[in-house]
Write a protein of this length. Structure first.
Length: 346
């Protein structure tokens, strides 16, 4: 079983996790130049923005890079559910003087598509990773034909076997401690979601491809422990959120460095899919999981104006304050330094 360093010809088996909304090419470039695998999250990029980011990467690093996409099935809008959701948010709309009828509906996160694949064709990234499964077979075949290694997240042994059967080059074992969206795609039953050090050895035993550990790993000892359990590499997100290269908002940074960061939960209120974030007012008031929230990513639009108004007042009451359970590794140090420090015990 090759390690990540052997598979990609990189120096350090550290993947800086792709994190949509809080980082772009600057972070990816810094990590790839430091010998790790930098990642570009594309879930919130247009095709033109993707091209710009890949151009920046091409001119500023010769190291391999990971380009990451969501690959959810496009949701079917449900007017009844949307109306119930907006009714649940009614008291907040009134508090901020927002007319719910004026809020545009529509998806805010685009899944991987042929148009994105066309851009990848121009730039040929070393790694393309997916969250929420894999794109349809013809699109996946296109990515493979570009020569990219394909990685995807698994949150259960079944998902890891499903990905391996479809030809991924590595499985990212995402434990429930992880910040941001659960990559889960075969089941939406949250009782299947387990911690990194429970999941990792089970997946390592079950598949033949390299397994990358993700979730709650925040320092060099944690990295070494994951490697001792059979990981070929480690993917780390939360610890990078305070780096100067991250575009993490001031509100999000403040939450990560406060006692609030000790209180995270999985919530579907902010996008429609379970994701781990620091508790905020919306999660406390409604309970972090709701059957009323529209399907991913349709829940985003009803929250967007509330988020904007609250943030203008300096509040994260309606913001996705994504964080893993272990924010103790968050430091305001350059991403290159953090990457080298994370690999210091190998
Ligand atoms: C702010 C944030 C945004 C994220 N966005 C993405 C994303 O766009 N794509 C993805 O595959 N994973 C995303 N993730 C999940 C990471 O890939 C990874 O599983 C997680 O960060 C690992 O756990 P840790 O945060 O405890 O290090 C995100 C995580 C965070 C914290």
């Amino acid at each position: 079983m090759p390690t990540l360093t052997e598979l990609l010809g990189i120096e350090l088996p550290i993947i800086q996790a792709p994190m949509a909304g809080v980082q772009g090419s600057a972070m990816a470039i810094a990590v790839s130049n430091a010998g790790g695998l930098g990642s570009l999250p594309c879930a919130m990029l247009t095709v033109d923005a993707l091209r710009k980011e890949l151009e920046a990467i091409r001119t500023q690093t010769t190291g391999p890079c990971n380009v990451n996409f969501f690959c959810h099935a496009a949701p079917v809008a449900d007017a009844g559910r949307e109306a119930a959701w907006r009714a649940a948010l009614g008291p907040y709309y009134r508090r901020y003087g927002i007319d719910p009828a004026a809020i545009p509906e529509g998806p805010a996160r685009a899944p991987f598509s042929a148009e994105f694949a066309d851009v990848l064709d121009e730039y040929r990234p070393a790694v393309v990773s997916f969250h929420f499964g894999l794109p349809p077979a013809p699109l996946l075949a296109r990515v493979k034909a570009l020569g990219a290694r394909v990685f995807s997240s698994a949150t259960t042994v079944d998902e890891a076997l499903w990905l391996e059967a479809r030809g991924v080059d590595a499985v990212i074992a995402q434990g429930v401690e992880a910040g941001g969206h659960r990559g889960m795609f075969l089941s939406d039953d949250l009782t299947t979601q387990v911690g990194t050090f429970a999941l990792l050895p089970q997946i390592v035993r079950a598949v033949k491809v390299p397994v990358v550990a993700a979730g709650g790993i925040a320092d060099a000892q944690g990295v070494a422990a994951a490697m001792a359990l059979g990981a070929a590499g480690v993917q780390i997100g939360t610890a990078y959120l305070l780096c100067p290269e991250a575009t993490t908002s001031a509100i999000h940074r403040a939450a990560l460095t406060s006692a609030a960061a000790r209180h995270t939960a999985l919530t579907n209120l902010l996008t429609g899919r379970p994701a781990r974030g620091i508790m905020n007012r919306l999660m406390r008031d409604l309970g972090p999981i709701s059957g009323v929230a529209p399907a991913f990513p349709l829940a985003v639009s009803a929250i967007a104006p509330l988020r904007a108004k609250a943030e203008a007042e300096g509040s994260g009451d309606f913001s996705p304050l994504w964080s893993g359970q272990n924010a103790t590794g968050c430091r305001e140090v350059p991403a290159a330094q953090l990457t080298r420090e994370l690999a210091a015990r190998l």
